[in-house]
Design a protein around this ligand. Structure first.
Ligand code: MN
Length: 274
């Protein structure tokens, strides 16, 4: 087991997020290539949380929202709104242009936004797949109940519960909620890479104390004890054993493919947001 302390990344003036992946200690936990934890922070007219239109190619961008309301629009014509508990699973594939921002009504009221953006690599054979978009509402995310611990299964099959997200390689994405004092054990499927990211509270993981913004790379089953009301993201997946060349918003296998992505973007081949 290895504990990685998140570095802070200022993604807009005055707004820093936790960025444990990629980092100097872990380039990726294949197929998971990026993990950004934003908030909880106050969002209002003076302090927006929004990303102007930008392109992606070669991977999937997953937003797991814990609190707040966000809105998404992209060049495939998809338009989605998500609230606390919802998940947006976007397959950029051959290329998507999108914008991500707090929902309009939410901006008027103001409130707390808190969530995760996770980038999941696509195998070479699927990097140029048709872009897709899965809008997964909280009500459609089943949970494995273990005493008073809730383990929401977003993707894969975990403790007999199958999540709604369609994935392009084998993986489990689980959001766990543990009341103070509770204990559980996380099992790692054979051959899968695995990591645990803490989004709230304080946990003891195999005897090691860890808290919000810590990422733990796991190489064996993990015994968890919640030292306070805690939440985590437990990610396991079959590694994609291919070269990863990540440059800005594109994740491909070679630098040539990255250059091609920039050319295609400049030539308008990613389309427009409508
Ligand atoms: Mn994006």
């Amino acid at each position: 087991m290895k504990l990685i302390k998140s570095s802070k990344l200022e993604i807009m003036p005055g707004r820093s997020i936790n960025a444990p992946l990629p980092s100097d200690e872990a380039e990726n936990v294949s197929p998971f290539i990026l993990l950004h934890h934003f908030g909880p922070f106050e969002v209002n007219y003076l302090n927006k949380f929004e990303f102007e239109p930008h392109p992606h190619r070669g991977f999937e961008a997953v937003t797991i929202l814990f609190d707040g309301e966000m809105e998404h629009k992209d060049s495939t014509g998809s338009h989605g709104k998500l609230s606390g508990g919802d998940v947006q699973w976007m397959t950029a594939g051959s290329g998507v242009l999108h914008e991500e921002k707090q929902a309009a009504g939410f901006l008027e009221r103001g409130g707390i936004i808190h969530g995760i953006q996770l980038w999941i690599n696509l195998p070479q054979a699927k990097k140029m797949t048709t872009p897709g978009y899965q809008d997964i509402s909280s009500a459609n995310i089943p949970a494995a109940m273990n005493g008073d611990i809730t383990e929401r299964v977003i993707a894969g099959t975990y403790k007999g519960v199958t999540g709604p997200a369609k994935t392009n390689s084998p993986m489990n994405v689980v959001h766990g909620i543990m009341p103070a004092g509770s204990e559980t054990k996380l099992e790692i499927p054979a051959g899968f890479n695995s990591c645990l990211y803490i989004t709230k509270g304080k946990l003891t993981v195999n005897g090691t104390e860890a808290g919000v913004s810590d990422l733990l790379l796991l190489d064996e089953a993990a015994e968890l004890k919640a030292e306070s009301d805690s939440e985590y993201l437990f990610l396991t997946g079959e590694p994609i054993n291919e070269p990863v060349v990540q440059y800005g918003p594109f994740v491909m296998n070679t630098m040539g493919e990255i250059k091609q992505a920039f050319l295609d973007y400049r030539e308008g081949k990613f389309g427009n947001i409508v």
